[in-house]
Design a protein around this ligand. Structure first.
Ligand code: ATP
Ligand code: MG
Length: 422
């Protein structure tokens, strides 16, 4: 026997029963972000590989080993987007959006990373991504974190905590890098091969290593937070004070570095203890300088991304509000009635009702069973007799009442009754 086809490993179907929950999350996000002045943007799933290499960084896990990259027919290197920030910046630059006054954006959609699939970690997953350009003030940093928290609160994700750190800037980070490299070189015997490799290129990433031995080796490592320049220090202090003003609970985690190269100053993560190794629900930070590096205007930027699948694993108390999907079920007996019913179905749908019927000829009994099964509000029964008199029997399913309607005004009456009851 032939083996049946399966979805690609790490990529999941979202079946109709779950789609409602997805839409709930997406609609809440759209609604909340709008109140904060963000507008939705959608970018292609494919981009030139170079965009990600230049923004996320060559020496990051994402670019080194997680991207779906291939060559198109013209030999250009193309990648499925692993995150959204770079694409949004690319679109902003390409369409010169700085001339339009638009500066706050959000994007909902799938991202792709070739990782080992496990609970909360997939190869196609979905992010809610938020980005704001051109605003330097730490007030925005705090407001973004407040907005992310508010969103999670609104959809019933509890038991998460906000970790905040600062990653310095081009003034203070290079000095710290050297100090850290010295420390790592002195402890090189205790580091995993990955971390040893990171020392020259990306020493900060060692803080992110999950190997216990490395964690131990870094326990005494110098921390960037103690090497900040005056501007970074005062930015960080302001962010914290605005968070306090908005009563956003947070903890400072001076070891959090985030997996992308472009961050400066504020970095944050929303973490949980409920998802095992996948403890990050979302994260973000500031990336002043990235827009300019990618050939655009020199505008600061800040953003965050939340993983929808991980959010869903943490949502409690969500009650699917499964609306009554079918308003009218047509029960049709005989060829002429079926033909007439076929037309009535389209008329009712045009008037806004949802209508279902058995396309294949079936017995009345079996059609009534179908009407029951889909939870139709009414069933409309038409046979040859009814057709001759231009009438229909309308059965109100829940009430068990049956009434006769003239076909000529049935549509209008059904709309009144069904929409009136909603
Ligand atoms: P992790 O450390 O778990 O790999 P990350 O730092 O790579 O996360 P980000 O790049 O910050 O993740 O992406 C933001 C969010 O997107 C994450 O917090 C997570 O919720 C989600 N996410 C990232 N990678 C995956 C994945 N492979 N599957 C499902 N969700 C993911
Ligand atoms: Mg990752």
């Amino acid at each position: 026997m032939r083996q049946s086809l399966q979805a690609v490993r790490g990529m999941m179907d979202i079946l109709p029963d779950e789609v409602e929950k997805w839409r709930f999350i997406e609609e809440r996000a759209r609604n909340l972000f709008r109140r904060f002045g963000y507008r939705e943007i959608r970018t292609p799933l494919l981009e030139a590989t170079e965009l990600f290499a230049r923004s996320i960084g060559e020496a990051t896990d994402i670019v080194e080993k997680e991207m779906y990259t291939f060559y198109d027919a013209k030999g250009r290197s193309i990648s499925l987007r692993p995150e959204a920030t770079a694409s949004i910046i690319r679109a902003f630059i390409q369409h010169q959006l700085h001339t339009t006054g638009d500066r706050k954006f959000f994007l909902l959609g799938p991202m792709f990373r070739h990782e080992r699939p496990q609970k909360g970690r997939y190869r196609q997953f979905h992010q809610i991504d938020v980005e704001a350009f051109g605003i330097q003030d730490p007030m925005l940093d705090a407001e973004l974190m407040f907005m992310a928290r508010s969103f999670l609160d609104e959809i019933g994700v509890k038991e998460v905590s906000l970790e905040v750190n600062t990653l310095g800037c081009s003034v203070c980070r290079p000095g710290f890098r050297t100090v850290l490299q010295d420390y790592l070189n002195a402890n090189v015997d205790h580091l995993c091969p990955d971390c040893v490799r990171r020392i020259p290129k990306n020493p900060l990433r060692c803080f992110d290593c999950k190997v216990p031995q490395c964690k131990e080796a870094l326990a005494e490592a110098p921390l960037l937070i103690n090497f900040l320049c005056q501007k970074c220090l005062s930015h960080f202090e302001s962010v914290k004070s605005y968070l306090e003003q908005l009563s956003v609970p947070y903890v400072v985690n001076p070891r959090m570095v985030r997996g992308l190269d472009y961050y400066v100053r504020t970095a944050f993560e929303i973490v949980t203890t409920h998802l095992g190794a996948q403890n990050a629900v979302g994260g973000g930070g500031r990336y002043d300088g990235l827009m300019k590096d990618l050939g655009g205007p020199d505008l600061p930027g800040i953003g965050f991304a939340l993983g929808i699948e991980r959010i869903m694993l943490l949502m409690s108390g969500y009650q699917p509000s499964r609306e009554n999907d079918v308003d009218v079920y047509l029960v049709l007996l005989g060829d002429s009635a079926r033909r007439k019913g076929f037309q009535i179905a389209q008329e009712l749908r045009k008037k806004g009702l949802s209508v279902e019927m058995d396309y294949d000829p079936k017995s009345v009994k079996s059609q009534m069973r179908s009407a029951d099964r889909v939870g139709a509000t009414v069933s409309v029964i038409i046979g040859d007799n009814e057709l001759e008199q231009s009438i229909a029997q309308v059965r109100f399913m829940k009430e068990g009442i049956q009434r006769i309607y003239e076909l000529s005004d049935m549509a209008a009456e059904l709309v009144d009754i069904i929409k009136g009851a909603k």
